[in-house]
Ligand binder design. Structure first.
Ligand code: HAM
Length: 418
């Protein structure tokens, strides 16, 4: 095979065992936790009509403007590989006429054409939840704590929660006018992107990581200080509830997030372990999106967690337990049938069992067991069969013992804690 054929596309990852097993473990832990908070699984297509993303994330956002994988299909439709989950989930719920409120969760791949680096990929995975139709600040607090609970569950101790409120259609125009005014006086200090943003999407300037832009906007007006009484009340209620439940958080007046559908609450989970790509996940309210996408005037809030970043930040001790496979080895073809039968009994008892049918000798079967990471090897030999026993070898310690054929399942289960 030529080099080209063996190389994965830039910005993508392969997950082979044991990484694939570790990934599955995180996904399962997430879905289980989401389910106890009342979220039910949703699956949407990997591509949507391009309009769905333009209408939601906004034409001027980096995700839509620079990072989408957009293509025209054979019938001339413009389609886009989903760069995030929220618009597709909203579209699906509206299309199905789902009764609201409704809590939905998902895991799966997403696609953004960004510059790859550690923690940033062109195909990546998100773990997400969307609470459609829920308005109360208690929901905001509950979701923020749900995310924090997930990170604690997977052993990420150094995860901090940043929170902001970016207001609503009532308070934002005033704030926006003040911000534009402020930025216009400092255009020469801003990066090229921010000079453009200052006119079309000034909020995003607050979020720019460029040190020059950060310095120039250190004293910039922040949306949190321009909230209308309703937004202020909503925000204070969230903060009170988080304090009441001992959830630590940091107020970050610059946290506007990169997607245009947000209003009021925005939040992000930050890890010190990650370097430049330090956002483990984030979310916020999007009370106008359902209506903008042709649905009812209903509020909503959600969050998404980056799976690859979570796997990077989580300690390895959080890996799933070592694979507990029981290899069944047979001396010669004369014992093959008996070996197949005992493997079947193990599997019926829920113990993963595997054989090497291509092996010509017992040595190679032990090598196969080793390569597969099996926990033990159950040996079926002529002498053992005649005596009604099996030899079970612990592949971790190398020690062997004989167990009676009629109690072998219980013995293997107890010995290797299946
Ligand atoms: P987001 O902040 O764009 O929000 O993405 C959420 C998380 O996905 C990020 O914090 C990061 O961990 C991960 N992520 C994003 N881009 C990449 C990438 N290129 N490579 C690796 N990981 C990445 C959203 O996507 C919103 N849909 C969240 C949301 C749900 N808001 C409301 N509901």
């Amino acid at each position: 095979m030529s080099g080209e054929l063996r190389n994965r596309p830039k910005g993508t990852l392969d997950f082979l065992p044991p990484d694939s097993e570790r990934k599955r473990w995180f996904e399962t832990a997430f879905v289980r936790l989401a389910e106890v908070y009342g979220f039910r699984p949703v699956e949407t297509p990997l591509f949507e009509h391009t309009e769905v993303f333009i209408k939601s994330a906004g034409e001027t956002s980096d995700v839509v403007g620079k990072e989408m994988y957009t293509f025209t299909d054979r019938a001339g439709r413009s389609l886009t590989l989903r760069p995030e989950g929220t618009p597709g989930v909203v579209r699906a719920a509206l299309e199905a006429g789902t009764r609201l409120p409704c809590r939905l969760c998902y895991t799966g791949p997403f696609f953004r054409y960004s510059r790859p680096q550690k923690g940033r990929y062109r195909q990546f995975h998100q773990l997400g939840v969307e609470a459609l139709g829920e308005a109360s600040p208690y929901v905001d607090a509950e979701l923020i704590m749900f995310g924090a609970e997930f990170f604690a569950l997977v052993g990420i101790a150094d995860c901090s929660v940043s929170i902001n409120s970016i207001g609503c259609t009532a308070c934002r125009p005033d704030f926006r006018a003040q911000l534009i005014d402020f930025l216009n006086q400092r255009l020469d200090q801003l990066c090229t992107d921010c000079r453009r943003r200052a006119a079309i999407n000034p909020l995003r300037v607050l979020d720019c990581k460029n040190p020059g832009c950060r310095a120039a906007t250190a004293e910039a007006p922040q949306p949190m200080n321009y909230l209308c009484p309703e937004c202020r009340g909503h925000f204070d209620a969230i903060l009170d509830e988080l304090r009441r439940r001992n959830q630590r958080f940091v107020l970050d007046g610059r946290l506007v997030r990169g997607l245009d559908y947000y209003n009021r609450t925005t939040f992000e989970y930050i890890s010190a372990a990650l370097g430049a790509q330090d956002s483990l996940g984030g979310g916020g309210r999007y009370d106008y999106l359902l209506r903008e996408m042709g649905g009812p005037d209903m509020p909503a809030i959600g969050l998404a967690i980056g799976l690859e970043r979570t796997m990077l930040a989580a300690p390895m001790a959080e890996q799933p337990p070592r694979r507990r496979l029981c290899w069944v080895a047979f001396f010669s073809t004369a014992e093959r049938q008996a070996a197949i039968d005992i493997a079947d009994r193990l599997r019926a008892a829920g113990i993963p069992a595997q054989l090497d049918f291509d092996a010509t000798g017992i040595k190679r079967q032990f090598r196969s067991a080793d390569a597969a990471g099996a926990a033990c090897c159950l040996v079926v030999g002529p002498d053992e069969l005649a005596r009604g026993v099996y030899t079970v070898k612990d592949l971790g310690t190398g020690s062997s013992l004989e167990v009676a054929a009629n109690t072998v399942i219980e013995e293997v289960r107890a010995l290797f804690r299946y």
